[in-house]
Unconditional design. Structure first.
Lengths: 286, 153
């Protein structure tokens, strides 16, 4: 095995072009588990932790693929409340100190916690190779269970997403408050500027998935201009549509029926919280 | 491969490191520092927690080569000569150690918490230690130890 240690992005892309079999390693919180248990014996590891460009974020926002969760929580919590909420639920402090959104995308597990948030907030994934840069809308990024749209010579460089235009929420079901792979998860993002809602489910289909019908229904049902408290019927219908967007399976973490039920509950609750925040914001302005 | 790394303030060199090897393995098997424990090798238990450039991480999830030219501080590096770090002392006094397997990781995690937060609340302590498992104590004595260490800072 080779251990490759580029110090710039250009160098890393050149190495990846020459050695497409090299496995990138950022926080290592997925890769090292596979190595320790001999589930994977790559010909080479490509260490990304020395590449400064991957470890910085710039306003707008463009977040380097290698920015660890702890920094998203500490530095971007106000601008990206949804992503920060999801980041806070990842693993443990030790895992959040190392793990990255780029690694979450690289692993592309249907249970990865950042995915529903990235979908609900219309993130764009910047990937690059020596052939050039591609901007991939996050909806097109997940191609199957633990599969993504990366070509063998490409690296994930950054995640682009706008500062939250409105309230955002994330919820996740698990057996304790730390260190759990989601039984299922849900993210909602209000875009009052466009009178539109983003909503997506995690760990409830082969890939993270946008709940399109639920988004369309809610975008039309919400009283954006003169916001009023939500009708229970709207919350219930939204929950139902979110639940229908999933195609969950029975596995060790939960049954398909439970996942469907839990998704509807999470969708209703997070909508309630997000709308309440919007109402309070509007009243404060008025 | 060869890895050069500063460990507990000393410049160290490890040879014949396998490229897929973890920092934990290198510390224990090549650098003679068995304080950090290996209980799961998958990030779940925290018994391998060390500081990497002042940030607590699971050393079983860091590739040894990623530590090249970086600074590692293990549980062996917390005491000053013969005198224990206040966190270590508090663990002993509070009876927070039974079999002791989880202790090195918990001590490093608690040490980091008290570096960052002056008087941590109970929820803050629980959150900071959420990545460390103990099969013996039931955690109450561990919480006592952290409160005791905090009160002495
Ligand atoms: C104990 C434990 C608890 C966990 N809990 C959670 C949890 O609650 N929620 C959750 O979502 N995940 C969890 N995980 C999984 C993991 O922490 C996350 O998926 C994390 O985001 C991975 O990031 P990383 O930087 O450590 O990735 P790495 O392990 O370094 O890489 C992961 C994958 O992405 C690829 N990769 C990394 N960076 C790039 C890049 N820039 N370009 C191309 N490919 C890249 C790697 O080759 C690899 O295939 C947990 C893991 C552990 C060990
Ligand atoms: S041995 Fe590293 S977390 Fe358990
Ligand atoms: S004292 Fe035995 S595992 Fe904690």
């Amino acid at each position: 095995m080779d251990f490759l240690r580029p110090s710039t992005l250009a160098e890393a892309l050149a190495v990846k072009a020459e050695r497409p079999d090299a496995v990138p390693i950022a926080g290592g919180t997925d890769v090292m588990v596979e190595l320790n248990f001999d589930h994977r014996r790559p010909a080479a590891l490509l260490d990304l932790t020395r590449i400064e460009e991957l470890r910085t974020w710039t306003p707008g926002l463009r977040i380097g693929a290698g920015v660890p969760y702890v920094r998203i929580i500490d530095e971007l919590g106000a601008q990206l409340p949804g992503l920060a909420m999801a980041s806070r639920t990842v693993g443990s402090p030790q895992i959040r100190n190392r793990g990255t959104v780029g690694g979450n995308l690289g692993a592309a597990s249907p249970a990865g916690d950042t995915h529903p948030v990235l979908i609900a907030s219309d993130a764009v994934i910047e990937v690059a190779s020596v052939r050039g840069t591609r901007m991939i809308p996050v909806d097109d990024f997940y191609t199957g269970v633990k599969r993504n749209a990366l070509e063998p010579d490409e690296l994930i460089v950054a995640i682009h997403l706008p500062p939250a235009p409105g309230p955002q929420q994330f919820a996740k079901i698990g057996t304790r408050n730390a260190m759990v792979i989601a039984v299922c998860s849900f993210a909602i993002s209000l875009h009052p500027n466009e009178k539109r809602v983003g909503a997506a489910v995690g760990s409830a289909a082969p890939t993270p998935r946008r709940a399109r019908d639920a988004e369309d229904f809610l975008s039309a049902a919400l009283t954006w201009e003169a916001p009023k408290p939500l009708l229970d019927s709207v919350k219930r219908e939204f929950g139902e549509l979110v639940s229908q967007a999933a195609s969950p399976i029975d596995d060790v973490r939960g049954s398909a029926a439970y996942r469907r039920h839990a998704l509807a509950v999470m969708a209703r609750r997070t909508l309630g919280w997000a709308w309440q925040e919007y109402l309070e914001g509007e009243q404060a302005c008025a | 491969m060869r890895v050069n790394v500063t460990v507990n303030g000393e410049q160290r060199q490890a040879d014949d490191v396998w490229e897929g090897e973890s920092l934990l393995y290198m510390l224990r098997e090549r650098l003679g520092l068995p304080g950090s424990k290996n209980a799961c090798e998958q990030g779940e238990c925290g018994s391998c927690t060390v500081y990497l450039d002042d940030v607590p991480v699971c050393s079983c999830l860091v590739a040894a080569g990623q530590a090249q030219d970086r600074e590692v501080r293990t549980v062996e590096g917390l005491a000053e000569g013969e005198s224990l770090d206040p966190v270590q002392e508090a663990f002993v006094e509070a009876g927070a150690v039974q079999c002791g397997f989880c202790t090195p990781g918990l001590v490093v995690a608690a040490h980091d918490l008290l570096n960052r937060v002056d008087n941590p609340s109970d929820p803050e302590i629980r959150e900071a230690l959420a990545g460390n498992l103990c099969r013996c104590t039931g955690y109450e004595k561990i919480l006592d130890a952290v409160r005791l260490a905090a009160s002495r800072k």
